[in-house]
Design a protein. Structure first.
Length: 523
């Protein structure tokens, strides 16, 4: 945990380098990262410089000198707007130098790229990441993230790694309790089966086989822009020759997957981990990375996307040290800090004082899920006046912050944990001198308020304390609905007649404790 208030100049855990065109479009992602405890900083090319060398120099200085140094780097812009860090034949580019802080070729910082050429594409990528992380049930499907598909484009004679790799990965999925693990293989299956699988909802898709720019026949007609999977956005891993390009002006399979859809109508993938070069015989190189990526996620607890990518590359370098080309060819299109779903998402509850007096105090938070303590949950407290602290819960699900608030305001309390829907609540800072009587009200509150799906289109489930009064207001403050939470703890709101936009959901318990949550209705 970091004691005291943090300032912008203290650095960033999540560093975003962006083309100037996307500074505003990337803000919702940066704001969410900061709110949950991954202090984010957005830096445009007009500050870093527009060349790859200037960008790397800025990142390296941040890594070496900032009190809070970057743990993840996201570069925002298509390669013609934000250059790749290195491009040497037979590469179609690599972003590895943006994460290589030691001057060798191994990355210390996971790097991801938002491949966008205009504001709409940037907003789509932001919406995909936020939807995947914050509202996994937006589609109404509660098991899509527990379904996985492997695709094998088999050679003649059969390659010794393709089927073995996919069996290994499906075994990891089965061991994690996936409800479906599917194998598609040529010549029995084709692009139609792949499209049908993704449209039905998949958490992961792994391709093993030959490819150049796109998967080879019979899997060459997946066409991400025609998919109808909505918010059920898979992570695609392609252990093949080049299906990703970072060459300016060129577009292939990887960027098609992540750029598919719009912010209003999602489709395609949330991220793509693949290669930007070709060669043969190199199936073992792609085998090592493909398998160790999934082993990192399912057996080593490396559930952040960029960490799993970095682990896969590290293992390749351990098995085949010095094989620089096939280390640097693996790149990520997507959010490197994205927490990967590996099980059905659970709800979080946070127990803390809902009312905090001005002055020195401790702020204690206990995090549970279904009544059990949650260890290693990231808890962040944040206010407009400058309170900003974060830390991880202990084995008892507890964490304590030392605070010294000076003004009356609301303080955000945000909790995230592996395979849990993020919790967003509030505590109110008040001035005891302004109380009407000598008694300070009871401050303990079980601050539970969740809304699912969020965003959504029609019906929403509001979960809060039984007996609490729930009200929903439009963004301009107009009351549009209210109700009392029954003993089940759940209210249903039918928003089919409501216009799209942001709404504020508030619950007030019988003891007067208040919790608020924002809700997005999509039209």
């Amino acid at each position: 945990m970091l004691a005291g208030a943090l300032r912008a100049q203290d650095g960033a855990r999540y560093l975003i380098i962006t083309h100037d065109n996307f500074v505003q479009a990337i803000q919702p992602l940066a704001q969410w990262k900061t709110k949950k405890g991954m202090l984010a900083k957005v830096v445009p090319l007009s500050v870093t410089g527009s060349s790859a060398t200037q960008i790397r120099t800025y990142i390296q200085n941040a890594y070496n000198t900032w009190p809070i140094r970057p743990e993840y780097v996201l570069v925002v812009g298509a390669p013609n707007l934000l250059p790749v860090s290195l491009s040497t034949p037979p590469f179609d580019g690599t972003d590895d130098a943006y994460g290589d802080m030691s001057g060798g070729y191994q990355v210390e910082i996971p790097v991801g790229r938002f491949f966008c050429g205009n504001l709409a594409a940037c907003s789509t990528l932001v919406t995909k990441s936020l939807t995947y992380e914050k509202t996994p049930y937006a589609s109404g499907d509660s098991t899509w993230m527990q379904r996985g598909t492997t695709i094998i484009r088999e050679d003649a004679p059969p390659d010794e790694y393709y089927q073995a790799d996919c069996r290994y990965v499906r075994g990891l999925w089965s061991g994690a309790g996936f409800v479906q693990t599917e194998s598609l293989i040529s010549p029995a299956d084709s692009s139609t089966e792949v499209r049908n699988a993704i449209n039905a909802g998949r958490g992961f898709v792994l391709y093993r086989g030959r490819a150049v720019y796109h998967w080879w026949t019979p899997f060459d007609r997946v066409w991400p822009y025609t998919l109808t999977n909505g918010s059920r956005l898979p992570v695609v891993v392609s252990g093949s020759c080049i299906t990703m390009t970072l060459y300016p002006g060129r577009t292939v399979q990887a960027d098609s997957f992540v750029r598919a859809g719009t912010a209003q109508v999602l489709r395609g993938a949330v991220a793509y981990f693949g290669t930007t070069s070709w060669g043969e015989p190199i199936t073992i190189q792609r085998s090592v990375v493909s398998k160790t990526f999934f082993a990192a996620v399912f057996t080593e607890g490396r559930y952040k996307l960029g960490d799993a990518c970095k682990r896969g590359k590290f293992c390749l370098d351990s098995v085949l040290p010095g094989d620089r080309q096939y280390y640097q060819e693996w790149n990520l299109l997507g959010d490197p800090e994205l927490p990967l779903w590996t099980a059905a998402p659970q709800s979080l509850a946070a127990d803390y004082d809902a009312l905090i007096p001005i002055g020195p105090d401790s702020f204690d938070v206990t995090v549970t899920s279904s009544g059990a303590p949650v260890a290693n949950a990231l808890v962040c407290i944040k206010s407009n006046s400058g309170i900003y602290q974060y830390g991880y819960t202990d084995a008892s699900g507890q964490i304590s912050f030392s605070i010294d608030p000076t003004v009356e305001e609301m303080m955000d309390v945000t909790v995230t944990a592996r395979n849990c829907v993020p919790y967003e609540g509030h505590a109110e800072i008040y001035n005891p001198a302004g109380m009407a009587g000598p008694q300070v009200p009871s401050r303990r509150a079980q601050m539970v308020l969740t809304v699912n799906p969020n965003p959504g289109r029609a019906r929403f489930a509001v979960v809060a304390q039984p007996g609490a009064q729930v009200s929903i207001h439009s963004s301009d403050g107009r009351l549009v609905w209210k109700g009392t939470v029954p003993a089940s703890g759940r209210l249903d709101w039918d928003a089919r007649a409501m216009p799209g936009g942001i709404y504020i959901v508030q619950s007030v318990s019988s003891a007067g404790e208040t919790a608020r949550q924002t809700l997005q209705v999509v039209r």
